[in-house]
Write a protein that binds this ligand. Structure first.
Ligand SMILES: Cc1cc2nc3c(=O)[nH]c(=O)nc-3n(C[C@H](O)[C@H](O)[C@H](O)COP(=O)(O)OP(=O)(O)OC[C@H]3O[C@@H](n4cnc5c(N)ncnc54)[C@H](O)[C@@H]3O)c2cc1C
Length: 415
């Protein structure tokens, strides 16, 4: 595939843009692949990419029932940070964050990584203690964060009302190299790089069954026919429970709707990302000028991809307390995704009871930031059959052994 470059843009401009190739192919499925990945979200595509790049496994298909990135990957608010409390989480999220730093160059695709800094506001004394503790843990883990004063918060975010009526800002956990990236571009960039390695990305192809013989996976049944495989990676976020059922095992996971919305575009007013966990809302400004606003998850399980109306009201009401200027904005649109939540709010990257079938899920409300690290770790697991150091703690057996990786404080809002 021809490289994207400034020179290519000039060349194509001179010939009316007739020379651009398709970014990825749409092939007919082969009868058999070395590895089938179910789910062309960021995590599935990144798994395929690192299988090819790090382990030389290129006879790979990524099977997607809808379109590339049409699941949570294209529906999230794109916050990237790695300031988690527990060591295994900090390790995988920091690996992902550091891979994001050079992802545009690695994929030859501009994923618009913007390390503008992420603030997590402390608005209760409990949160102050919690974030000070996280800052100490991060120092030991080699993750650069600091706890900053309300004055510093005001300098970084001039539109904030730090004396808010219910919850004044008492400080914040600040990660200067956290930020955002363009979600579609992450999916598209990985897809293009996978296609360039000869992998097949099969869109509009739903997996309807998982074939097995003698306790080992042998292939998948799809709406485009049966496809054989030596190894299978299930990477379907909110649909993990359904795919696990097809494979014959159960997961300690729940699927709930999480929603977000954007305002009309306005001039630049805020160049950092702000999360307010106590009042439950988070905010950044997109390159187009829209305020990107995320809220909470529904309190009941469902697959609707919409989210309940009362969350819109609760989220906006909460944010207006801290950002009064938001009350004058019109909201443009709202959407939802189905996220996969584990009890300890940490992911699962694991072997399964079915031999050569592996699963990556449980990223819940915060998996966009993890895509490169998760793909790296999952590819290692699939290629070697055993987890590497990044994935070792995230196996399914931790739920049986009671060895939880509790991120429900660090990841209460989690984005
Ligand atoms: C509103 C919202 C805001 C969020 N904000 C953030 C944030 O700011 N920062 C952050 O880090 N994370 C955030 N997240 C979470 C993040 O989006 C997810 O954790 C992440 O995108 C999961 O990626 P994935 O590749 O695992 O899943 P997905 O992107 O959902 O991909 C899974 C794919 O599997 C496909 N699939 C399912 N079943 C089948 C089948 N039977 N056959 C074939 N294909 C199938 C689906 O169609 C889907 O495309 C947010 C999520 C939502 C919904």
């Amino acid at each position: 595939m021809r490289r994207y470059s400034a020179f290519a843009i000039v060349r194509e401009a001179a010939r009316y843009h007739r020379g651009w190739e398709r970014a990825w192919t749409s092939p007919e499925p082969r009868a058999r692949y070395d590895v089938v990945v179910i789910g062309a979200g960021g995590h599935g595509l990144a798994t395929a990419f690192y299988l090819g790049r790090n382990h030389g496994i290129r006879n790979v298909a990524v099977i997607e029932k809808g379109w590339l990135g049409g699941g949570n990957t294209g529906r999230n608010t794109t916050i990237i940070r790695s300031n988690y409390l527990q060591d295994p989480s900090a390790a995988i999220y920091e690996k992902a964050r550091s891979l994001y730093e050079t992802l545009s160059q690695d994929l030859n695709y501009n994923v618009m990584f913007s390390p503008r800094g992420v603030l997590m506001l402390a608005q209760t004394h409990h949160e102050v203690r919690g974030y000070r503790r996280t800052a100490q843990a991060n120092a030991l883990q080699g993750v650069k964060t600091e706890f900053i004063t309300p004055e510093r918060v005001r300098q970084l975010v001039p539109i904030i009302d730090i004396d808010g009526p219910r919850y004044p800002v008492l400080g914040a956990l600040w990660q200067a190299r956290g930020g955002t990236a363009r979600h579609d571009a992450v999916a598209w960039g990985y897809a293009r790089a996978c296609s360039d390695m000869g992998m097949h990305i099969l869109q509009r192809t739903e997996v309807t069954g998982i074939a097995q013989a003698g306790g080992k996976v042998t292939g998948v049944r799809t709406t485009r026919g049966d496809i054989g495989c030596d190894k299978l990676a299930i990477v379907v976020a909110g649909h993990s429970g359904r795919l696990a059922e097809m494979a014959g095992f159960r997961l300690p996971i729940e699927s709930v709707a999480l929603q977000a919305m954007v305002s009309e575009p306005i001039k630049p007013v805020m160049d950092v990302v702000v999360m307010a966990n106590t009042v439950h809302g988070y905010l950044s400004q997109s390159d187009k000028g829209e305020m990107v606003i995320g809220g909470g998850a529904d309190g009941f399980n469902n697959y609707t991809q919409r989210g309940s109306f009362h969350h819109i009201e609760e989220t906006v009401r909460a944010l207006i307390e801290t950002f009064p200027m938001l009350s004058r904005l019109k909201m443009l649109r709202q959407w939802g995704g189905i996220v996969d939540m584990t009890g300890d709010r940490s992911p699962i990257i694991s072997k399964t009871p079915l031999a050569d079938c592996f699963i990556n899920c449980g990223w819940g409300t915060g998996g966009f930031k993890a895509i490169p690290g998760s793909g790296w770790a999952m590819a290692e697991l699939v290629a070697r059959g055993e987890p590497g150091p990044l994935a070792a703690a995230f196996g399914l057996e931790r739920f049986r052994e009671g060895r939880f990786i509790d991120e429900s404080v660090a990841a209460g809002v989690a984005h």
